[in-house]
Design a protein around this ligand. Structure first.
Ligand code: AHN
Ligand code: ZN
Length: 331
């Protein structure tokens, strides 16, 4: 009985999405028609639905029931969109010496195309709320820190699958695991020789899912759904892939999203892209909600219980997703 309800639910969701989102029709100049390719529309309602859907699994930290369930859902969804899926299992050694099972999920569009672009986000969530004042030991829901990036990428997969004209380039969507199990703030003795964040990307960068795998460049999404988001030009992205930063920020500006994509350089962040650049040899940028107004580097609900659905703004998901589609369709 339950699967019938589920099937009916997703069917209903698909119908609603089909009605609410249609292909973009924009006025173009003659010159633009020959040189510029307008992509299909990124559906903000569908992306929002994907955030909601992930939250239904509960917190999704390593070892949790929600983590297992959500991972299975991501694989199924990518396969439904005819992406070729590889699950990369590995053992994650935590800051406390414990070892937990983890998996990177890689979905490939046009797996045989040689020119490839990586789109990535972490799919696990933080097991503690160490930036909060209450229930610091309880896991967070990670609507923005986790679910938002994954949601944008699932919607891109849906759009690519639905388009009648396939792109010539290949796209690899990588959902990195074990990004957010870094040592909690109450641990005094920190081991500065390594970070216990970004364990999935550290593993992938040293053990690619395909031998001799290469990509033209990569784009990482981290915390891309909160209202009033500001995506600044992050230091490591500027150091390793300044041209890609420029391309993405120029594209956002061109289509009217400069309120979110701010052309201002901000300090380096250690995130999954750092390890892909450093050990993986692939230039990768990070689109990350940076904001140090209140001495916190990221959005104000970062690593707090308030990182829930209420913080998510469809318009922000749309700005990021539509910008990415414009970039992809013009490669
Ligand atoms: C550090 O806090 C060292 N880097 C930020 C990576 C991160 C955590 N992204 C989301 N959660
Ligand atoms: Zn986090």
């Amino acid at each position: 009985m339950k699967w019938i309800t589920l099937l009916y639910g997703s069917l209903l969701a698909s119908i609603i999405l089909l009605e609410s989102c249609q292909r973009e029709t924009k006025e173009q100049t003659t010159q633009e028609i020959s040189t510029y390719h307008n992509p299909p529309e990124f559906c903000a309602d569908s992306a929002f639905y994907y955030v909601q859907k992930q939250l239904t699994f509960g917190p999704r930290y390593l070892g949790s029931h929600g983590h297992q369930q959500c991972g299975d859902f991501l694989v199924k969804e990518l396969e439904r969109f005819k992406f070729h899926v590889i699950q990369q299992n590995f053992d994650a050694t935590l800051y406390n010496g414990k070892i937990l099972k983890a998996r990177n999920i890689i979905g490939s569009y046009q797996p045989t195309a040689t020119k490839r672009i990586i789109l990535a986000a972490h799919w696990d969530t933080r097991p503690f709320a160490d930036q909060d004042t209450i229930r610091k030991n309880d896991p967070i829901l990670g609507a923005n820190d986790g679910a938002s990036g994954v949601a944008v990428l699932l919607e891109i997969a849906r759009v690519l699958h639905n388009d009648t004209i396939p792109l010539k380039i290949g796209i690899d969507i990588i959902f990195f695991d074990a990004e957010d199990y870094g040592e909690p703030t109450w641990i005094e003795e920190k081991n500065y020789s390594q970070t216990y964040y970004c364990l999935g990307s550290q593993y992938w960068a040293k053990n690619k899912h395909i031998p001799n795998y290469r990509a033209y460049y990569g784009i990482l999404l981290d915390m891309v759904g909160a209202r009033n988001a500001t995506f600044t030009m992050e230091g490591n992205s500027m150091e390793y892939a300044p041209k890609i930063v420029k391309k993405v920020w120029d594209t956002a500006e061109r289509i009217g999203y400069s309120q979110y994509f701010v052309k201002q350089e901000t300090p380096s962040v250690i995130d999954d892209h750092y390890f892909v650049n450093r050990y993986g040899g692939i230039p990768m940028i990070d689109i990350i909600h940076y904001n140090d107004d209140n001495n916190e580097p990221f959005f104000s609900d970062w690593h707090k219980h308030s990182d829930n659905l209420e913080q998510i703004d469809k318009n922000v998901l749309k700005a990021v997703g539509q910008t990415l589609l414009h970039v992809l369709y013009n490669e």
